[in-house]
Design a protein around this ligand. Sequence first.
Ligand code: XUL
Length: 536
Amino acid sequence: MRNQIEENALFLGLDASTQSLKLLLINRRLEPVADAAVNFDESLPEFQTEHGAHQHADGLTVTAPPLMWAAALELALDKLRRAGAPLDRVAALSGSGQQHGSVWLRRGAGAVLNNLDPARPLRGQVAEIFALTESPIWMDASTAAQCAALERALGGPQALADLTGSRAYARFTGNQIAKIHAFNRAAYEAAERIALVSSFMASLLIGGYAPIDFSDGSGMNLLDIRARRWAPAALAACGDARLAEMLGVPAPAHAPAGVLHPYFAQRFGFRPDCLVINFSGDNPCSLAGLRVQQPGAVALSLGTSDTLFGSTVRPAPSGAEGHVFVSPVDPGAWMVMLVRKNGSLMREHVRDFCAGRSWEKFNACLQTTPPGNLGRLGFYHLSPEITPPADRTGVFRFDAQDHPVPALPPAADCRGVVESQFLCLRAHAAAIGLTPASLLVTGGASVNRPLVQVAADVFGTPVLAGAQPESAALGAAYRALHGWLCRQRGAFLSFDEAVRGAPEFQVVARPDPAAGAVYRDLLPRYIKLEKSLFST
Ligand code: XUL
């Protein structure tokens, strides 16, 4: 009987990303069984978000309402239940959240979560638990002063990176906490717990405070990424003596946060002993979903943000750029990552202005323009950028002789935005030790073959993809299985072993040698122009 139950066990992955909340259910053979998604702008218009966020008038501050994420959780679970998904077979669930965002929970919030009443919707019951009704999110660029102060306090950008994996970044949670501590002391004092988006979602599900996991916790400028505990000097620079307690004790991503609260078992029909494995960040979960563990295996995630990441057992954080996070799947490893903020929203913007709001037309432009765009280069920054770090926004175009030009033909802008995004990632990848032998592509835009061909040509590597483009939700489901297996055997089991038999990736684009030569020549020009535009 027990074995029968185990064979039928299902694992749920949840992804609370910038623009939507997705659920993916898999079976023990790692096959997708059911899914559901809720788009924040469309399904919860009362929160008045644009692409899941609130952009503030200063052009730097970006927030999102945490109550919207709770409301979306309820809607998505309801969708899955109504679709007939056998939630009574879910043995474990885990999740992924957009990184760096902080959820400020007021005193008594833990008790409210613990006492949820299954007869009533979630949203109304948690409406008052927030010390801040707007959470700072990863798109925020408003904490330059706090970043400078943190680097000064810790002995400079390289010293901070050596300790926490990154020099100070505006979106990193420690700097956001420092801003709130300085300018909104009432909210700081009202808070009992500061969660990340990931640990907040887990907290709702267990009905109490779930830990921040080491991997997502690495995106805060607060965690000692080797000792895997909060770094006292960083805490002291960002908050007060209470901060460690407000953050809780960080924990491994594969450890259980707890058992699903009876609220969810009763309301949605989950198995009452369903285990909740610690949630983690979307990029760490994508690393799990793509099983990026071998040297040379590098993932390119094309979502709201574009990210490039790989695994390492020898972390060498850079005081100039990029991030090192604790691995979400291997206690002896780390992940290395670059992030571009002007990802899919920037591509969509160019599509809207240059290709009649149509991806088909945009792709036709990619296919009818030559690799290298006849030597023309563009820099497309709708928002302040993370890589290269730049608050200056706008579109900057150059002819083949590096002269600024006011405009390019629309088709050249379509090619220009994609080429410059990939040239940027390639230029900066080498500096943090990411040298891809192949690229595993994921995220919404990864199904766009002409776009992916440009990635293959710019990086000069084959590009592979899985059947499931949403690797964060898949990775969360894999991590649910991994955490559950570790719990079953009472000891750590390698992630590789847990996901053995997962479907192979298929080659979706091969580099064209002639195009590769064009990009090799273009790269030094790209780097020179980027420096001239954005170096401070
Ligand atoms: C990672 C980052 C983004 C967010 C949203 O450092 O800022 O990739 O995680 O996806």
